[in-house]
Design a protein around this ligand. Structure first.
Ligand code: NAD
Length: 776
């Protein structure tokens, strides 16, 4: 199935975001909405949505090129254009009548072999297709995206009895590979998987917080991190989604859930919440929700929260809970067993939610794996409900249900004395509804280091990094330090990894499965050295990094760096020295050293100079490419996607981008193997010509202007001058040639000077204590 043109109908919150994400995948999209009564501009809704998206943060589009792929129109004048579309996604109002009427019109123009899908959150597929022809029903399915569509990885896929299996397979593949989604097959039941369990969980947590007398902060502190849930917890999440949306979701679920569904038993309308909504506290999009920001008399912003019993506002304080401390040491099992109100809250919320989930399989999905994946990808839970049951123990949950006098779901009973997941012969298995274990199968083209680690031992390892054999003659270099920060141990193992790979393997990829590829050099360690004036160690750190990255660049085998998430500072420089990059689309890379009063010192300046000069359409003369690099590094520009990283030269035109995070390692490995055929390492660029002091003076004038208008701070001027010194080649001129090592020596010299200055030390200290750059 070839998807070359897509249409999205309904340019609201979801439709516009879905259209943007198709464009991120490189597919032209037609975005249609209704013509409002008396409208001068008949496309005003779709055009307005497109204009709004250009200003939305986080951005729905991954690049400006993607934004140009969306065309707008309306459902009166442009319906005929749907005849040219391979996939039509309907994302209009959640009203069966509105959707059915629209389908009757689309049916007239739908081309053979095209797909029409609905983004409905709650309406059963059977109702949506009522009265439609057989060809329409063949082409129809539910594709339920989560908000925001670019960032939420879950796509729930629901098919009907008449859906064409070939079309379904085509959509599943496209959504997985091109859109990067985790596609989870759901049964045609109300709320599918994630919202069914998520809505129950939210209600259970709100009830328990009120009944057990927890503050919103306390409830979020327990329902967040300790349970592997984002730190917004539950009240923070409602603020994010919108308090006013919750009654709508509840209403539509109550209208369709089975008569005996346990959600009906816990559903409650809370006066405090009703009052909040009535007063305009609809969440972050309004003037606040359970939390709000208000102004103190001195003008400072103060975070406040609402009292769940009285509705009064008070300053929000970070709660101190013994049970949460206990959970840090003893995990969830310790948390639910702890006898304080937070422990009881955790036991109630988990007891109710996890047993609810256990009672829904196989009704809502065939396997526990599907349910766990839906909650991880759709609600950002660190663990799905069945993984959580394994943490507290199936036996604990059964015991809890018995103390409550509640029935034990059959699936949970079958897990008694064992677990939902186990590792057998190095393979991950799950408990089936039949009571046996079956292997968790990964789709073709999905390779996870986590799976490899279940069976293999590392080829080499120290406290900061590890080297793995990932098959077919390829090794994988993994950072394993806290936040994947880099230190002398990383560099030592990189050197060893290069020697080992050169002797026995064909290629190496640099990859890990952390949230962030790397946050850069370990600043804490560096500051420790600075504070006690361990200058030889600091010098060795700079030189060690330069040598290791140089060895990487000139390794006799190809190296492919495969970042996802943040790749900053030294974590970006390692990309620049690899033979190629295969980046996840959601990679945020940048040389951010100036933020801490430094310059890139592990070859980042040198590699950016080489990249700028090698651009196919580089601006003429020596100054423009130099200016481009000066600006990128001097303002610590971080690319907001892998596509933007190409514009900023961090990625080269031939570097690859993978949309699905789970496919990144396999794609990087394939690229490495392709490069390994007749691989020739690069030759050192012996002919670097830089303009010297004239360019440095030019940069100083430009930075001086910025300082005069308040756009650069006094210390920015100091750091920029050192950067300008390196990028302009020091005391050289355009008739001289420099080697790569000459530029590295300049980096080393300027870095060493900066690291001793009080302005830099203040910036490093500030970053370490606050996580934010100091503007000194
Ligand atoms: P929305 O209210 O933001 O947008 C709906 C859009 O549909 C509006 O622009 C409206 O003008 C347009 N519309 C209404 N009738 C139309 C018609 N006959 N033809 C063309 N356009 C029409 O709604 P939304 O939040 O984007 O939700 C859209 C769909 O996505 C619903 O089915 C909803 O259940 C589902 N959904 C929403 C979310 C969410 O978080 N908002 C998440 C997943 C799924």
């Amino acid at each position: 199935m070839d998807i070359k043109q897509v249409a999205v109908i309904g340019a609201g919150v979801m439709g516009s975001g879905i259209a943007a994400h198709f464009a991120n995948a490189g597919v032209p999209v037609l975005l249609l909405d209704i013509v409002p009564r008396d409208a001068q501009n008949r496309n005003v809704i779709a055009e307005g949505a497109l204009a709004r998206m250009a200003k939305t943060d986080p951005a729905p589009f991954m690049s400006t090129a993607a934004a140009r792929l969306v065309a707008t129109g309306n459902t009166e004048d442009d319906l005929g254009k749907l005849a040219g579309c391979d996939w039509i996604v309907e994302a209009v109002l959640e009203d069966p009548k509105v959707k059915q009427d629209l389908y009757a019109r689309i049916e007239q123009v739908l081309k053979p072999e095209a797909v029409i899908s609905s983004n409905t959150s709650t309406i059963p597929l059977a109702i949506l297709t009522e009265g439609r022809s057989e060809p329409f029903r063949r082409a129809f399915m539910v594709t339920h995206f989560f908000n925001p569509p670019r960032y939420m990885r879950l796509l729930e896929l629901v098919v009907g009895p008449d859906s064409d299996p070939a079309l379904v397979a085509g959509i599943r593949r496209f959504a997985d590979i091109a859109l990067g989604k985790g596609v989870v097959d759901c049964k045609d039941t109300p709320g599918f998987i994630a919202n069914r369990i998520g809505t129950y969980w939210i209600q259970a947590a709100v009830n328990a917080a009120i009944d057990l007398g927890l503050t919103v902060e306390e409830a979020d502190a327990v329902a967040g991190r300790p349970m592997g849930v984002p730190k917004t917890g539950v009240f923070g999440l409602i603020d994010l989604v919108g308090l006013d949306l919750m009654p709508h979701i509840a209403k539509s679920l109550l209208a369709t859930l089975p008569k005996d569904d346990p959600y009906r038993d816990i559903y409650r309308v809370e006066p405090v919440i009703e009052n909040l909504i009535a007063d305009g506290y609809t969440g972050r999009k309004g003037k606040g929700g359970f939390y709000r920001l208000s102004k103190a008399t001195d003008g400072a912003r103060v975070k406040e929260s609402v009292d769940l019993k009285t509705g009064a506002w008070a300053k929000s304080d970070k709660p101190k809970l013994d049970s949460v401390e206990e959970a840090r040491r003893g995990g969830l099992k310790a948390l639910v067993g702890f006898d304080d109100k937070a422990g009881r809250f955790a036991a109630t919320v988990l007891g109710q939610t996890l047993s609810y989930a256990a009672g829904l399989v196989p009704q809502i999905a065939d396997t526990v794996v599907a349910v766990d994946e839906a909650m991880r990808l759709g609600y950002n839970w660190g663990f799905g409900p069945f993984e959580l049951i394994d943490q507290v123990g199936a036996d604990w949950l059964i015991g809890w249900l018995e103390t409550q006098g509640k029935p034990v779901p059959a699936l949970l009973k079958s897990a008694q004395g064992r677990s939902f997941y186990r590792v057998q012969d190095g393979r991950l298995q799950y408990l089936t509804t039949g009571g046996d274990y079956a292997e968790v199968k990964r789709p073709d083209g999905v390779l996870l280091l986590a799976d490899i680690k279940r069976t293999a031992k590392p080829i080499a390892k120290n406290g900061s990094a590890a080297l793995w054999d990932i098959g077919d003659g390829v090794t994988c270099f993994e950072f394993i330090s806290k936040m994947n920060s880099l230190d002398d141990q990383t560099m030592a193992l990189l050197g060893e990894a290069i020697r080992i790979t050169a002797s026995k393997y064909k290629a190496m990829v640099i990859y890990n499965e952390g949230t962030n590829f790397s946050v850069g050099a370990n600043l804490g360690l560096a500051l420790f050295g600075i504070n006690i004036a361990l200058w030889p160690q600091i010098e060795a750190l700079i030189k060690g990094g330069q040598d290791a990255y140089k060895a990487l660049k000139f390794a006799p085998f190809p190296t492919v760096a495969a970042p996802a998430g943040m790749a900053l500072g030294g974590g970006c420089e390692i990309l620049l020295h690899s033979a190629a990059i295969q980046a996840h689309a959601e990679t945020y890379c940048g040389l951010v050293e100036v933020g801490v009063g430094l310059i890139p010192g592990w070859g980042g300046c040198k590699e950016m100079l080489l990249r700028a000069n090698a651009q196919p359409k580089r601006p003429g003369g020596p100054m423009p490419p130099l200016g481009q690099v000066f600006q990128t590094i001097g303002t610590a520009q971080v690319a907001k996607s892998a596509f933007e990283a190409k514009d900023l030269l961090y990625l080269r035109p031939a570097d690859g981008i993978t949309m699905n995070r789970d496919r990144l390692l396999a794609d990087a490995k394939a690229k490495a193997l392709a490069l390994a055929e007749g691989y020739q390492p690069p030759k050192p660029a012996v002919e670097i010509r830089l303009p010297g002091p004239t360019a440095r003076t030019g940069f100083a004038l430009a930075v001086g202007d910025l300082a005069r208008t308040g756009k650069a701070t006094p210390y920015d001027v100091v750091v920029s001058d050192k950067l300008a010194y390196v990028l302009s080649g020091g005391d050289t001129d355009i008739t001289e040639t420099l080697t790569e090592d000459d530029v590295l020596a300049l980096e080393h010299e300027m870095f060493s000077q900066l690291v001793r200055l009080p302005g830099t030390i203040a910036r490093v200290e500030h970053m370490l204590t606050t996580g934010k750059p100091l503007r000194n």
